[in-house]
Design a protein around this ligand. Structure first.
Ligand code: SF4
Ligand code: SF4
Length: 1000
């Protein structure tokens, strides 16, 4: 409850700050920080008042959100229970099965394991056999489990808005294609990136029966600069493979290197940031950027450079390297036209010329061990300059791999896609198949999507989305967890996708199956279904005929492992001279720059109906359920804007409206907006945020110049979580320079001699504990999603987040340090600390929270009467109260996503991290059956398993030789709020800084 009368905490003089209100920001807002709970947090539950909220209130059931009015009822009757009398051989009730599969998104594919219970997938995790990132899965792959059980999924084919049978839908599709062929009109297949060799083969077969087939393979979230530059450089479409594990110096140009989208990159980076000894050198990360990215937040030195100037920055650096550090230009680059801009003119607050000189020196001294990466949204001049730097530094083949695009279908640009849509609008195609992506959302207002149900438009998709609404025939697609496929996740490595269950809806088929049916109907050669088509191609093309292993065994092993290693085909030698036309494009930015980038949560909008991802706090801004316009503090002051103000953003005759959020560290003159929001369809997605695709021009330029921002009436607070669950403004993270650590100074801790009236607790067998290494943690927040999926953590919706009622059992606090124009950041995961002297336990009037013999602070939900004394008494603010009935009234089939090992909590009880007690018990039972003790490392909580940085280590503190015990004795180890004497079981390892001034 708000209480502004209490004395204010000392804000000045502290080193770390968590939001502008308590940092060097606006002093009048500090009371918001002092208040332990946001406004309305303790209000009695009530139905949302306005119509929008009421609609969301019902719609959000599919995102496991509130149904307050009905919350007094018991759980609904779900029908007759049928025992598992005829169980399949491979299923043992209560024992999970794992299936290897593969997640693909944009231009990346990643092998995963799908944990199933009694035939239904309940969790997605990494594949241990994937050597590049063993056991690690991209966070959106983990979250997309909810997509499988999305109640809004299409269940039946529809023709002109009426449900039809599958044979009828197939007949209608074939009829449209035949008609197009007879009329001599071409057919357009508008799809997303074709990463699968077998899918590409299917398209080649389809082309034989539809000679005029035109394929547009477009990924709206990704920029085209990199693709254009690489095509010029190598003469063909290629993929880059950054290898941070081989780099001693990394320069990230507004890059998403550490976003966790590719866990292999985070793992490789973090491995170089987790020193065992004091003299171990650490990799050094520099960042130059206009936005404040997650990667930039982890940089040892960060240059504030306007995004449009990044190309000039990279070229200025190259000039310094060549002119003063003896670096040679790559052959062919000698006569390239370089725009002349002195480095000093590009740098804003933060790292300056001295650091730029140190960067040049570091790069020059580490030739062959340096790496330059640029963000996928950046224009061609930046990618061209980054390529030149990498060529000059000898990174190619060492810290940067290059491999050919895995299929014959190369990515298309926005211009190409838009031209095809224009032809579609003019009626120049006999048939237009939209499969994957959501072009009506990515091309808002395009004339192609102006009319509902165009006769020649066919949609293959998961939902009745914006594109489905303009198609006459709509074909339901199977989810990737119900599908077959193959991918090339890394050079030469093939990964298989196999279904972890039969399609939940019998009429849903994977897109390839719909196309195979069409192929056969048009007289082409194709197997009965895509599973057979895939297997046959593998028999012909992937199985070495000279192999002594019969194909069936090879295939079974490949499906079991999910991976088949191989050798990548070579790529042609780069020709640096070809970069000239791209470098010439580097121009001087003017006015306010707007950077449009993929949403870390929703990507291009495909996950907009996923409540877990909507409510996932952005790792930097901590915003949920919105894509506010991010402004630099100085720009916000100049424009007279505060958090939550509404603005109109205009550029080139296009405009949109958005809420404002002020982002410390963002370069003055740069604004940022993420893509993927502003959907018009689906119950959870509709109306959340604003559609930034509106501002994308024909060339797909994502850095717009001369953008106008104008304040408009109204306010819309952005639901952010960063100031919730505060710990009274104490500094809870430790960050030390590498040189102090090397000198042993990191060990100088404030002593807290603790005296207790109580005797020490006895732990007869084990004492579970955790270590979190802040030096390895990159703040990606993948742990939060894994915990949510594993532990049935509900989604509460934006109105409840504004009241501080989000339910996440683990949060990732982001602390700033330094001035708001150029802060550093440290990320610190915070979860129940399972204190030995837990202050929550001794205030519970009904003993609902108590201690287990192996050191767990446990909750007996059916004892809890909801006094919330425990939450008030918890110094770490990690307890969450179920204000409303979040889960009992979910729409089917979403309940199938529940982990049956974890209780689904009702309204009125307190919940929090259990250290994944179900996983502990599973390991204990396994060990007991096998007559042994639980091995070190055998219990891996979901957050630790998901963490790509391997920053979380769990184990038995009673065993002095366990990894967790050894790490807990590290010189970097400290306990949060140790002085309270609660004796937490979680130990943190201090963050190490390795900037040029931080090492000796
Ligand atoms: Fe990401 Fe969490 Fe691991 Fe940190 S601890 S790197 S936030 S998954
Ligand atoms: Fe969640 Fe388990 Fe991690 Fe606790 S240990 S935060 S319950 S995943």
């Amino acid at each position: 409850m708000a209480d502004d009368t209490r004395p204010q905490p000392p804000v000045s003089g502290r080193r770390f700050w968590i939001s502008r209100e308590e940092g060097p920001g606006e002093p009048d807002a500090r009371s918001a920080v002092w208040n332990e709970f946001p406004e309305g947090a303790a209000d009695p539950p009530e139905l949302p008042a306005d119509a929008l909220s009421r609609r969301r209130f019902l719609a959000l059931l599919s995102a496991s959100a509130a149904l307050a009015a009905a919350s007094a009822c018991s759980a609904p009757d779900r029908g007759t229970i049928v025992p598992y009398t005829e169980r399949p051989d491979e299923v043992v009730p209560g024992v999970p099965n794992f299936y290897a599969s593969c997640f693909a998104e944009g231009r990346r594919a990643h092998p995963v394991l799908v944990r199933t219970r009694e035939g239904r997938p309940i969790h997605v995790e990494g594949n241990d056999r994937y050597a590049t990132a063993p056991g690690k899965a991209p966070y959106r792959a983990v979250a997309d489990l909810l997509g499988l059980y999305d109640p809004d999924r299409l269940r039946e084919p529809q023709n002109a808005g009426r449900a039809v049978s599958v044979p009828e839908a197939e007949r209608l599709l074939a009829e449209k294609a035949r008609k197009a062929r007879e009329q001599g009109l071409p057919v357009l297949l508008f799809t997303d990136a074709v990463l699968s060799p077998t899918r590409a083969r299917l398209l080649a077969e389809l082309r034989k029966v539809l000679p005029g087939l035109e394929v547009v393979s477009y990924e709206p979230a990704l920029g085209e600069g990199e693709e254009r530059v690489l095509r010029s450089l190598f003469g063909e479409a290629v993929n880059l493979e950054p290898r941070p594990e081989k780099a001693k110096v990394i320069l990230a140009l507004e890059s998403d290197l550490l976003s966790g989208e590719d866990p292999a990159l985070v793992r490789a980076f973090a491995a170089g940031r987790r020193p065992e000894g004091r003299r171990e050198p650490l990799a050094r990360l520099y960042a130059a950027e206009g936005r404040f990215t997650l990667t930039g937040s982890r940089a040892d030195a960060r240059f504030g450079v306007r995004t449009g100037d990044l190309g000039a920055f990279a070229l200025g650096l190259l000039r310094l390297l060549v002119g003063e550090h003896g670096v040679s230009l790559p052959p062919g680059a000698e006569n390239l036209p370089w725009p002349e801009r002195p480095l000093s003119s590009l740098l804003g607050a933060g790292a300056g010329e001295r650091e730029a000189e140190a960067l040049a020196r570091d790069l020059a001294e580490n030739r062959g061990a340096a790496l330059v990466v640029a963000g996928s949204h950046l224009p061609a001049p930046v990618h061209a300059a980054a390529a030149l730097l990498n060529l000059a530094l000898g990174s190619l083949g060492k810290t940067l791999g290059v491999w050919p695009w895995p299929t014959a279908v190369a990515p298309s640009g926005r211009g190409e896609a838009e031209a095809a849509l224009e032809r579609a609008a003019e009626g120049r195609y006999g048939l237009v198949l939209f499969w994957g992506g959501n072009p009506a959302h990515a091309f808002p207002g395009h004339p192609a999507f102006g009319e509902p149900r165009r006769e020649v438009f066919v949609r293959i998709g998961l939902h009745e989305d914006e594109t489905a609404k303009v198609a006459a025939l709509v074909l339901p697609e199977a989810h990737w967890l119900e599908s077959w496929g193959d991918f090339v996740p890394r050079p030469g490595l093939k990964a298989l996708r196999q279904p972890a269950l039969r399609p939940l809806y019998p009429a849903a088929r994977q897109g390839e199956d719909w196309l195979l049916g069409l192929l056969r109907a048009l007289g082409g050669q194709g197997a009965e279904d895509y599973a057979r088509f895939l297997k046959e191609r593998w028999r012909r093309e992937e199985w070495p005929p000279e192999s002594p292993v019969p194909f069936e065994r090879f295939w079974a092993a490949a499906l079991h492992e999910g991976l088949v290693p191989g050798t990548p085909p070579p790529v042609s030698a780069p020709s640096a001279g070809a970069l000239g036309p791209h470098l010439c494009g580097a121009s001087t930015p003017k006015g306010l720059e707007l950077v449009l980038h993929p949403s870390p949560a929703l990507y291009d909008g495909r996950y907009a109906n996923n409540g877990w991802l909507q409510e996932w706090p952005d790792p930097v801004t901590k915003a949920t359920w919105d894509n506010p316009l991010l402004l630099a503090p100085a720009d916000a002051r100049r424009l007279g804007l505060k958090d939550g103000d509404r603005v109109r953003v205009s550029e080139g005759g296009r405009s949109l409206e958005s809420a404002v959020l002020i982002q410390p560290g963002q370069r003055e003159g740069v604004a940022a907006l993420s893509l993927g929001y502003g959907r018009q369809a689906l119950s959870v997605a509709r109306g959340v945020g604003t559609n930034a695709f509106v501002l994308l021009g024909r060339e797909g330029e994502r850095v717009l110049r001369g953008v106008e921002v104008e304040k408009i009436p109204g306010r819309k607070p952005v639901p952010t979580t960063q100031t919730h669950h505060r710990m009274e403004g104490r500094d809870l993270v430790r960050s030390i320079p590498l040189k102090e650590w090397a000198r042993g100074e990191g060990e100088k801790r404030e002593g807290h001699p603790l005296v207790s009236l109580y005797p020490d607790q006895e732990f007869p067998e084990s004492k579970w504990g955790m270590v979190i290494d802040l030096s390895a943690c990159v703040g990606c927040s993948g742990c939060l999603l894994a915990c949510q999926s594993e532990n049935n953590v509900p989604v509460v919706g934006p109105e409840q987040v504004l009241k501080g009622r989000e339910m996440h059992w683990i949060r990732v606090d982001r602390y700033y340090e330094g001035p708001e124009e150029a802060p550093r950041a440290v990320h610190s995961p915070m979860l129940c600390q399972h204190c030995d002297n837990a202050p929550c336990e001794n205030v519970c009037p009904v003993n609902a929270t108590n201690h287990s013999p192996d050191g767990l602070n446990q909750m007996a939900y059916n004892r809890c009467v909801g006094t919330r004394y425990c939450a008030n008494n918890c110094p770490y603010k990690v307890r969450r109260f179920n204000f409303l009935e979040w889960t009992a009234h979910k729409r089917e089939p979403e309940t199938l996503a529940f982990n049956p090992e974890v209780t689904v909590r009702p309204r009125g009880v307190m919940e929090k991290c259990t250290f994944c007690v179900q996983r502990i018990e599973e390991a204990k039972v396994r060990a007991r059956v096998e007559g042994r003790k639980v091995a070190d490392g055998e219990v891996i909580p979901a957050c630790a398993a998901a963490c790509p940085a391997e920053a979380i280590v769990f184990g038995d503190l009673k065993d002095p030789e366990s990894r967790v015990s050894r790490l807990a004795r590290s010189g970097r180890a400290y306990k949060v709020l140790e002085e309270l004497g609660v004796r937490p079981s979680v130990t943190y390892l201090a963050h190490l800084r390795n900037g040029p001034e931080d090492s000796e």
